[in-house]
Design a protein around this ligand. Structure first.
Ligand code: FAD
Length: 452
C-alpha cells in the first residue's frame, strides 16, 4: 500500500486530502496522513460569524472563471450555498489626489473598450486618453522575455495607467508592487493577447465580438452564503479525522532510500509520496537539509504580509459601489477598502454595513509590529480622510497574515521551471499551493488536484 503525507492543511492540503480520499474510496490502494502545524485547518481561509455579520479574515471569494473552486464546492454538496458577487451594483473607486474617482465603464482591468466613458472620465489626463487610442495600432514586442507588469502596462498605455489602475488593482490582489510582479506569471492572458494581436484593445474587442450573443455573463466572483470557511468545514467533514494531525509544529522531513521519512512529536514514519502544501518559506525550512537548488528557488519567492481590519457599523453614510483602491502614489497606509455588504448578499444584517480595510507590508514594512488597536485606529483615520466617515463602529476585528501572499516577481516562471526540473528528479515529491502556479483559491485547489 502506498503511504502519502500531506504537509499543510490550508485549502491546497485539504483539497489534496479530499482527492486522495476520493481515490481511496474508489479502490486505490493508498493511505494518507495530513500534518498541520497549527491547531486549525483552512490556512488563510477563516470566517468569523458575529451578530449576523459574516466576516472574512482572508479570502472573501474566488474568481468565477476559474472552475476548480466551484466544482469542488459542488462535489462537496455546497452547490446551493454558492453566491455571486452583486455585479449589477459594482462600482469601484480609485483615490486620485485625495478624491474618489469611479473606474469608468468599459475599462476591462486596464484595457479601454468603450470610447465615451474613456473620453469623459476624470481618471485619466488627455495625453493618456490619446495614448489609449494610439494603442490600437501597437504591434507585438519582438523580445519574448518576461517583464514587470509596470513595464508592460507603461509600454501600452503610459505611466498614468500604471499608477492609477494597474498598480492599485494588483495591490488589491497580491498586496504587492506592479514594478516587480511578472506579467507572464501574474497576467498571462495579457501577455498572450499581446503576442497574438499586438494591441490589447484590439485583442479585447475581438474577444468581445466573438463572445456568444445572448450568453449570460458569468459573475466576476463567487463565494459562499456563510463565508469561505464553509469550504473548509465541508472538506473536513468529508475526511476521516484519524488521518488528520494538528499541532505538528516541529516536523522534520528527509529522504531515506526510496522513501520520505517524517519525524514529528517523537514518532518517525515512512511515506512513498509527499505533497508539500505549505507556503514557499515554510517549504524551504522543511527542506533545509537537502537540495540547495530547490531551497534557493523557494526562498527567492517573496511573500508579503497583510492585515485586514473589519469594521461593522449600525449606520454609516457611504458612496454607492463596492469599495475603493488606493494607488501607491497617494502615500497612504490603506491599500483598499471593500464595502462587503454591497459586494455580496448575506454579509450583514439589513441596513447594517461591513467594511474591510487592507494593509500590506509592501506599503507598511512595519505592519505586523502594530497592535490590533493601532491598526483599527489607522483604518478609521484613513476612512475619515477618504470617505468622511466618522461613525463609531459597533465592533472591529483585525486579522493578520504573516508572509502569506506570494509575489510572483519578474522571472518567476523560469525559476519555477528550474525548480520543477529538480523536483522531477525527486521521486514521490510534489509542491502544491500558492508558491508556483497561482495564488488564488481555485489555483491552489487545481495544483492539489493535478498532483493527486
Ligand atoms: C488576506 C488574504 C486575502 C486573500 N483574498 C483572496 C481572494 O479573495 N480570492 C482568492 O482566490 N485568493 C485570495 N487570497 C489568496 C489565497 O487565499 C491563498 O493563496 C490560498 O488560500 C493559499 O492556500 P494554501 O493552502 O496554499 O496556503 P495557506 O492557506 O497558507 O495554508 C498553508 C498551511 O500550511 C501550514 N504550515 C506551514 N508550515 C508548516 C509546517 N512546517 N508543517 C505543517 N504545516 C505547515 C500552515 O499552518 C497553513 O495551515 C488571499 C490571501 C490572503 C492572505
Amino acid at each position: 500500500m502506498k503511504r502519502i503525507a500531506i504537509i499543510g492543511g490550508g485549502i491546497a492540503g485539504l483539497s489534496a486530502a479530499y482527492y486522495l480520499e476520493k481515490a481511496r474510496r474508489a479502490g486505490a490502494n493508498l493511505q494518507w496522513v495530513l500534518f498541520e502545524k497549527s491547531g486549525r485547518l483552512g490556512g488563510v481561509i477563516q470566517t468569523e460569524r458575529r451578530d449576523g455579520f459574516v466576516i472574512e479574515a482572508g479570502p472573501d471569494s474566488f474568481l468565477s472563471i476559474k472552475p476548480d473552486a466551484s466544482r469542488l464546492c459542488q462535489e462537496l454538496g455546497l452547490g446551493d450555498q454558492l453566491i455571486s458577487s452583486n455585479d449589477a451594483s459594482r462600482k469601484t473607486y480609485i483615490l486620485v489626489k485625495g478624491s474618489l474617482v469611479p473606474i469608468p465603464h468599459g475599462l476591462e482591468f486596464m484595457v479601454p473598450t468603450r470610447v465615451w466613458p474613456m473620453a469623459t472620465t476624470p481618471l485619466f489626463s488627455f495625453p493618456t486618453k490619446l495614448r489609449m487610442a494610439a494603442e490600437l495600432f501597437s504591434s507585438a514586442r519582438k523580445d519574448a522575455g518576461d517583464e514587470s507588469v509596470g513595464d508592460f502596462v507603461r509600454r501600452h498605455f503610459g505611466q498614468e495607467m500604471v499608477d492609477r489602475v494597474a498598480e492599485p488593482l494588483l495591490a488589491g490582489v497580491y498586496g504587492g508592487n506592479a514594478e516587480r510582479l511578472s506579467i507572464r506569471a501574474v497576467l498571462p492572458r495579457f501577455a498572450e493577447m499581446e503576442r497574438q494581436h499586438g494591441s490589447l484593445v484590439r485583442a479585447t474587442l475581438k474577444a468581445k465580438a466573438l463572445a456568444r450573443p445572448g450568453a449570460k455573463p458569468q459573475p466576476l466572483f463567487t463565494s459562499l452564503k456563510n463565508g469561505m470557511q464553509q469550504m473548509v468545514e465541508a472538506l473536513t467533514a468529508a475526511l476521516p479525522p484519524a488521518s488528520i494531525r494538528l499541532r505538528q509544529a516541529n516536523l522534520a522531513l528527509r529522504p531515506v532510500n526510496d522513501d520520505w521519512q517524517i519525524d514529528s512529536a517523537g514518532t518517525s514514519e515512512k511515506f512513498q509520496e509527499v505533497l508539500l502544501a505549505a507556503p514557499a518559506p515554510a517549504a524551504a525550512g522543511l527542506l533545509r537539509q537537502f537540495h540547495p537548488g530547490l531551497i534557493e528557488g523557494l526562498t527567492r519567492i517573496e511573500y508579503t504580509s497583510t492585515a485586514a481590519v473589519a469594521l461593522a457599523y449600525d449606520q454609516a453614510e457611504l458612496p454607492a459601489g463596492h469599495g475603493f483602491l488606493v494607488p501607491r502614489s497617494e502615500n497612504r497606509k490603506i491599500m483598499a477598502c471593500t464595502f462587503v455588504h454591497k459586494k455580496f448578499s448575506y454579509r450583514a444584517p439589513d441596513n447594517k454595513k461591513l467594511l474591510r480595510c487592507f494593509f500590506s507590508s509592501s506599503r507598511m514594512p512595519d505592519l505586523l509590529t502594530h497592535s490590533d488597536e493601532t491598526l483599527q485606529q489607522i483604518a478609521r483615520k484613513e476612512l475619515k480622510d477618504i470617505l468622511g466617515l466618522t461613525a463609531e463602529p459597533a465592533f472591529a476585528r483585525t486579522f493578520r497574515w504573516n508572509r502569506a501572499m506570494a509575489q510572483y516577481e519578474t522571472g518567476h516562471l523560469d525559476r519555477v521551471a528550474e525548480m520543477e526540473k529538480i523536483i522531477a528528479a525527486m521521486p514521490g515529491f510534489h509542491i502544491v499551493g500558492n508558491s508556483f502556479h497561482g495564488i488564488g483559491v481555485p489555483d491552489c485547489i487545481k495544483s492539489a488536484r493535478l498532483a493527486v
